[in-house]
Every structure is written in structure tokens, then in C-alpha cells.
Design a protein around this ligand. Structure first.
Ligand code: NAD
Length: 428
């Protein structure tokens, strides 16, 4: 039976693309997914899910009949008018966004007045305008363009996609913008329909603001450590003020992941390239880098030299419920620990496969307790629920030292102290 909803295409089947495809399929659309990664496409065609994201495998399985995976653009162009672009935009060495994958997609488009690129990838302000100029130069002026930035969070991506706080559609008030609005209509989310540049800026500004909140509370935590206040009490007291809000006031060892670091740096670069020095973001980035290193100071305080000491890292993914290791704090930490002569044993319930590709010289354990065998100290890097509930008495029996650094303030200090261990959190 033909679906009543418009078929769509999704170009790039990573975290955003696959969730977008699954979400729109769940809403009833046929979805043609395209990716240049042959291995990924082969796995998806076999029904395997290349990433870990709660609920995604079930959703893709439920909607298998509506989902088509391939490496060729032609079937997507034949069946769909709206082509959602969800390719990666990683940082370059200068901190700008690398748009080469986006440009590869733009260049591959044919001349058409029947199709639109709908940009889900996070791109600098002005990208839409420059793509439209490229379309003009390539004789494809009639190809429509919509900016539709994505705000999902890894770890709850599908749920975020299906219940967004808002949907942002930036367009030239043409058929394509109307079609995107219609596609999202069943979600009943607040709609921000605006121009393309403003839509692009909304995404960058939102991420920069959230990152600023994190660096802000991390600095408050550092001052709390110097002055004897408990940052968790402070954050609670602050967050109950509606003008502030409780979200993103969780101090820890800094933000990582595929979005915040690169998007903050891309906005700072974008401002700089336009002649404006974005001082606040410079500080946000610096605070975040220093925050990752504060754990080293805490370890040295308790252990002195780290040469020959065994340090267990609990959690490697940049946050719980994902296997994404991009810009994870664990990467910086394991490199610093080894540079200082420590031996690192690590455990993550989901991200080990990714971590093995990125972390040299690290021994991987099969469980948290195994990671703690013979350890002088342990650092909780990711707040996976199993660490929150860890049996710290059993942990103490395995460890030769007593130091537990809770890099996410996720453990009840008394559970650790009752086991005879030394607890140290961030800012408390
Ligand atoms: N991951 C997130 O939480 C998140 C949230 C919001 C926005 N974003 C943005 O969405 C974009 C995608 O992020 P992601 O995390 O899904 O990236 P990802 O690296 O997981 O996936 C990108 C995919 O695009 C594919 N690709 C690259 N070039 C291609 C091409 N020319 N044609 C077809 N496929 C191509 C890659 O093979 C890969 O599968 C980025 O711009 C990111 O900033 C990400």
C-alpha cells in the first residue's frame, strides 16, 4: 500500500541520518538512505545497526519495509523530492567546520526544479547562501534549499527526534520549506520558520549557550573546591530559578562528543573570520580543556608520582547510552595518564570497540570490577548507571589503593567512604 506521506531521502546514515530515517519511517514515510560507506550500507541492508542508540534497532526493524539503503543517489532522486543531508562536518585544524562532505553532496546533485536539499548537518552561518551560489554557478538554480538543523542528543536521539522542543525551518518561503513543515506536522512541536542564515545561527548559538552553561558551572565547582561550598547544592539552588533552569548545570570533567567542541569552535572561528572576537567562547573552550586536566591534579595530590601506578578508567564514551567516542574526555585522560607513567586499565559497557580504535597502550577489562583489580586509583569518566550502582565494598577488595575520583559527581560519596575508600568529586 502506498504511503500517504511524502517519501524522503537521507544522505549520510550516521547518528543523525539513521535516527532521522528511522523517525520519519516511524511517522509513515518511505525513506531512501544513501551513504558512501560501503561497509555501513552492507550492514544496514543486512538489518545490522552500526551504532548504539536506545530504541533505534527496534524502530528500524519495525519500519524495515519503508527503509531502503544504498550507495547510489539515483534511486533517492527518483523517489524523493526532499533530500535530507546528514553528512559529517568535523573540525579542521583551524577549528572551522570541514564542509567537504557537504560539498560532495551538493556537487552530485543534478539540475532539477523538483528537488530540495534539506540541511540537517550543522554548518556555519552562510553555508546555505554559498550552496545556493554554487547551484547558480552549476546551472542548478531551481534546486531548492532548506536549513533544518537537528537538536537531538545522542543517548536519547530517537526520543528527541520524535518529541523535539522545536523544529527550525529556514527557507526562502518556497514549496520546499512548506514540505518540510508538513513532514514534521505530526510531531506537533513548536515551529520556528525563519530565513536560512538565522536557522543556521540558531543551531550554533544553542550549542554554544549549552557549552557555556557547562563551563560556567565547572568554574563555579572549582571555586567551590577552594572555598568549601558544595557545587551540587549551589547548582540546585541556582537552577530552581526559572530564568536559569536546572539543565546543563552538572559539573564534571568537561564536555566532549561530536557536537559541542566542534560547534563551539566553529562559531568562534566564524565570528573571527567575520572580524569579531568572540571572547566568551574562547574562555568556554579554555575552561573545558583545563577541566579535563584537573583530574590529573587530584590524582597527583593523592598518589604523588603516577609512575608505575595503575589507574582504572570507568566509562569511556563521551556520555552514557552511546558508543560515540568523539572528543571523549577519556581520550585526553588516558593519554595524560600514560604520559605521566601510569598504567591504564579501562572499562566501558558499550564503547569498547570504538575505544580500542582510538586509545593506544590501554588494557581493556570486561567489567568495572575487573578494571579495578590491583588499581591504585579509579576515575569515573562516564556516568553509566552500572557505576552509579557499583558495589564499592567489592571494589575496595579488588583495589590496592583507595582513591576514587568521581569525574561526573554521580556516586553517593558515603557508599565509597563506607567501603574504606577516599572519595573525591568535582566541586564538592
Ligand atoms: N551526533 C549528534 O549528536 C548530532 C546532533 C545534531 C547535529 N549533528 C550534526 O549532524 C551531522 C552528522 O553528524 P553525525 O554524528 O550523524 O555524523 P556521523 O559521522 O555519525 O555520520 C555521517 C555519515 O555521513 C556519511 N557520508 C559522508 N560523506 C558522504 C557523502 N558524500 N554522501 C553520503 N554519505 C556521506 C558518512 O559515511 C557517515 O556515515 C554533523 O554535521 C553534526 O554536527 C550531530
Amino acid at each position: 500500500m502506498a504511503s500517504e506521506r511524502a517519501p524522503i531521502a537521507v544522505i549520510g546514515t550516521g547518528y543523525v541520518g539513521l535516527v532521522t530515517a528511522a523517525g520519519f519511517a516511524e511517522l509513515g514515510s518511505e525513506v531512501w538512505c544513501v551513504d558512501v560507506d560501503a561497509d555501513k550500507i552492507a550492514r544496514l541492508q543486512r538489518g545490522e545497526i552500526p551504532i548504539y542508540e536506545p530504541g533505534l534497532a527496534e524502530c528500524l526493524a519495525r519500519n524495515r519495509g519503508r527503509l531502503h539503503f544504498g550507495r547510489e543517489l539515483a534511486p533517492a532522486l527518483e523517489h524523493a523530492r526532499l533530500l535530507f543531508v546528514a553528512v559529517g562536518t568535523p573540525p579542521t585544524y583551524s577549528g572551522d567546520a570541514d564542509l567537504s562532505a557537504v560539498h560532495a553532496v551538493v556537487d552530485a546533485m543534478p539540475a532539477s526544479d523538483q528537488h530540495a536539499l534539506v540541511m540537517k548537518s550543522t554548518v556555519p552561518v552562510g553555508t546555505g547562501a554559498s550552496i545556493k551560489r554554487i547551484f547558480d554557478e552549476q546551472g542548478k538554480s531551481a534546486f531548492a534549499y532548506v536549513s533544518c538543523p537537528e537538536f537531538l542528543k545522542e543517548g536519547s536521539a530517537l526520543q528527541d527526534f520524535l518529541s523535539p522542543d522545536r523544529v527550525v525551518v529556514g527557507d526562502d518561503r518556497d514549496w520546499a520549506g512548506d514540505a518540510v513543515v508538513e513532514l514534521y506536522a505530526p510531531l506537533d512541536a513548536a515551529l520556528v520558520r525563519t530565513d536560512i542564515a538565522s536557522a543556521e545561527m540558531i543551531k550554533l548559538a544553542a550549542n554554544a549557550f549549552l557549552a557555556t552553561k557547562i563551563s560556567f558551572i565547572n568554574e563555579i565547582a572549582n571555586v567551590c573546591e577552594e572555598t568549601g561550598a558544595d557545587v551540587l547544592e549551589v547548582a540546585r539552588g541556582m537552577g530552581l530559578d526559572h530564568r536559569i533552569g536546572t539543565h546543563f548545570l552538572r559539573p564534571g570533567i568537561g564536555f566532549g562528543g561530536s557536537c559541542f567542541p566542534k560547534d563551539v569552535s566553529a562559531l568562534k572561528q566564524l565570528a573571527g573570520n567575520s572580524g569579531y572576537h568572540f571572547q566568551l567562547l574562547t574562555a568556554v573552550i579554555e575552561v573545558n580543556e583545563l577541566q579535563k586536566r584537573r583530574v590529573m591534579g587530584k590524582l597527583h595530590k593523592h598518589l604523588g608520582s603516577l609512575v608505575g601506578k595503575k589507574v582504572a578508567l570507568l566509562g569511556l564514551a563521551f556520555k552514557p547510552n552511546t558508543d560515540d567516542m568523539r572528543e571523549a574526555s577519556s581520550l585526553v585522560l588516558s593519554a595524560r595518564l600514560q604520559a605521566d607513567g601510569a598504567m591504564v586499565r579501562a572499562y566501558d559497557p558499550i564503547a569498547e570497540e570504538e575505544a580500542r580504535k582510538l586509545m593506544g597502550g590501554v588494557e581493556f577489562a570486561d567489567s568495572a570490577l575487573q578494571a579495578l583489580d590491583g588499581a591504585h586509583a579509579c576515575v569515573v569518566v562516564t556516568e553509566w548507571p552500572e557505576f552509579v550502582e557499583l558495589d564499592w565494598r567489592a571494589a575496595a577488595e579488588r583495589m590496592v589503593g583507595a582513591v576514587v575520583i568521581d569525574g561526573r559527581n554521580c556516586i553517593a560519596p558515603e557508599h565509597v567512604r563506607d567501603a574504606g575508600l577516599v572519595y573525591e568529586g568535582i566541586g564538592r
